[in-house]
Design a protein around this ligand. Structure first.
Ligand code: ATP
Ligand code: MG
Length: 559
């Protein structure tokens, strides 16, 4: 499948790329094979984008390939919906696994055979202890664990019990297979870790063939070995698991010897990058779904109008390091803004309309004015907009009693309507409640196009739409999902920003906005970047604000 947006990507500089480069130079590896191993139990988020850009990026830069491998060892949490979403999102981000699509479940038979090998070598045993007993005897960071009374079981006994586990002779939780390593190890992962557990649950791919499933740790390194992964890249929380992976690889007749390298996870302010929390947000209805534009999921960002190139660029700027850190959301928005500023077409939309009537413009008359689609890109061309006697401007662009430096419209003031004419406010109309409902203005017919032949200047240029030709639209303004920069994931519901979504339902937009592709962002002049939402119908346009024009985070974060 073709890349969504081909870009030239040259190899970057970071400690992992340095290792890859050295391994290729020394001949340790002839080519590089990486993998991205999602568990299909949720949608991908921007943290995953970092892992994807790294593993797929390195494969691409060094002429190797990257496998997409589902870590589908826990059938209770996996679903086809997640598999479909993962593939859509990786492609959207601009990467492709070609024919290299794999599943840990493809290796269940091989993994089982290797487990028997360990038993035969006296390196694994069936433990009859309950989960609670095992937890109680595991020890702590400072105290050694206690050996299981079943640890001394003979090979034949272990083989027989393990085969009966596979055959379905025992209930869930009755027994497990454990590696026999060292209950006194300083690394808890080496204290006889569980390799297999009984789970009488059908698997999306293997159906009812299995009622025992390998642990994530038992599947991970061996799957890498089967696929000939040269550089197995994952986040720092797996660093302490590496000795176990290495122990398994050293003690099994695996076809290759992968090496794992760990890098820091991406953390972002004002959001939570944890599938568990994101799943809870969806289930509890705090957001409208996985693709709610407030979500840090790739599906949410796409719906919000964020271009995939901006995500790749952001990930590149963040870089790959070994120390965990939290990246300011402002940095992500900077990347988004930078891309959209170059690419997005300009349009006029009035979010909070205030009616303007041009008294000296003839009733029933209208005319076309020409507007630029992009001020810096003349190839983007122009479009024609209808100017007429009744218009809308932004409510905020008028003040009856303007403070000193307010140069926009006020009684007696003259401003430019972009691409059209100079207008002057002559009268303010109010309703019984004293609210301003209409401005009566005059225009200067000599200023067509927005310039005065006598050279007089105005200090403000306002966007506008014609009352008769504009379309009403719903506009959804998104604010951070979490008000504080560092929400506590343990109590995330209490940390949600009650104002994360602001809906305007009577915005007015120029008619050219009706026929656009959803997801493709445009700039509403002087407002920000917006895209048509998939909820739009021919009768009702719905827009999402992708990002404002300026950095609003500095204010939110108090910096
Ligand atoms: P969670 O902990 O939120 O459930 P996960 O890491 O368990 O997420 P996986 O599907 O197992 O989700 O992740 C696939 C890969 O993405 C893993 O290799 C993991 O290291 C990587 N990854 C997950 N979150 C991040 C992150 N925030 N930054 C960088 N890489 C990440
Ligand atoms: Mg995981």
């Amino acid at each position: 499948m073709a890349l969504v947006e081909p870009t030239a990507r040259e190899a970057g500089q970071d400690f992992i790329r340095d290792i890859v480069r050295a391994d290729l130079a020394s001949g340790r590896h002839k080519s590089v094979v990486t993998r991205f191993p999602p568990e299909p139990n949720g949608y991908l988020h921007i943290g995953h984008a970092k892992a994807i850009c790294l593993s797929f990026g390195i494969a691409e830069e060094f002429g190797g390939h990257c496998n997409l491998r589902y870590d589908d060892t826990n059938p209770t949490r996996e679903a086809q919906e997640y598999i479909d979403a993962i593939e859509r999102d990786v492609h959207w981000l601009g990467f492709d696994w070609g024919s290299h699509l794999y599943h840990a479940s493809d290796y269940f038979e091989q993994l089982y055979a290797w487990a028997e090998d360990l038993i035969r070598a006296g390196k694994a045993y069936v433990d009859d202890q309950s989960q609670d007993e095992m937890r109680a005897t595991r020890g702590t960071l400072t105290e050694a664990g206690t050996e299981s009374p079943y640890r001394g079981r003979g090979v034949e006994d272990n083989l027989d019990l393990f085969r009966r586990m596979r055959a379905g002779a025992f209930a869930n939780g009755a027994r497990v297979l454990r590696a026999k390593i060292d209950m006194g190890s300083g690394n808890i992962n080496l204290r006889d870790p569980v390799l297999y557990r009984i789970l009488h649950t059908a698997h999306p791919r293997t159906g009812t063939a299995w009622c025992i499933y390998p642990s994530y740790d038992f599947a991970h390194g061996q799957s890498d070995a089967i696929e000939g992964i040269t550089h197995s890249l994952c986040t720092l929380e797996f660093e302490d698991h590496r000795p176990l992976y290495d122990w398994l690889l050293d003690n099994l007749p695996v076809p290759s010897r992968p090496h794992q390298y760990e890098f820091a996870r991406l953390n972002l302010t004002h959001t939570v990058l944890s599938k568990r929390v994101l799943t809870e947000l969806v289930r509890s209805g705090h957001v409208a779904g996985w693709d709610d534009p407030r979500m840090p999921t790739l599906a949410g960002l796409r719906r919000r109008g964020v271009p995939p190139a901006a995500i790749r660029d952001f990930v590149k700027r963040v870089g790959v390091a070994k120390a965990n850190s939290v990246v300011d959301m402002a940095m992500f928005e900077f990347s988004i803004r930078e891309h959209l500023n170059k690419k997005a077409a300009r349009r006029m939309a009035v979010l909070r309309p205030l009616k303007v009537v041009i008294d000296n413009y003839p009733q029933g008359q209208s005319e076309e004015v020409e507007a630029l689609n992009h001020p810096d890109d003349h190839a983007a061309g122009t479009r024609r907009l209808r100017f007429s006697r009744e218009l809308y401007i932004e409510r905020d662009d008028f003040k009856e009693n303007p403070p000193k430096k307010f140069f926009r419209l006020s009684p007696g003031a003259e401003v430019r309507l972009r691409y059209a004419y100079f207008i002057t406010c002559r009268e303010v109309k109010k309703n019984e409640a004293g609210e301003i409902v209409e401005l009566r203005c005059t225009y200067d017919p000599a200023t067509k196009g927005g310039n005065a032949p006598d050279g007089r200047k105005v200090k403000a240029t306002l966007h506008w739409v014609s009352a008769a030709d504009s379309r009403t639209a719903e506009v959804r303004l998104y604010n951070p999902l979490f008000a504080r920069p560092d929400p506590n994931p343990a109590d995330f519901a209490a940390e949600l920003n009650p104002n994360s979504l602001e809906v305007i339902d009577d915005a007015r937009v120029e008619p050219t906005l009706a026929g656009r592709n959803s997801g493709e962002a445009v700039q509403f002049e002087r407002q920000g970047y917006f895209c048509l939402d998939a909820d739009s119908t021919p009768e009702r346009l719905v827009f999402n604000r992708t990002v404002g024009l300026r950095d609003s985070w500095a204010k939110i974060a108090g910096i």
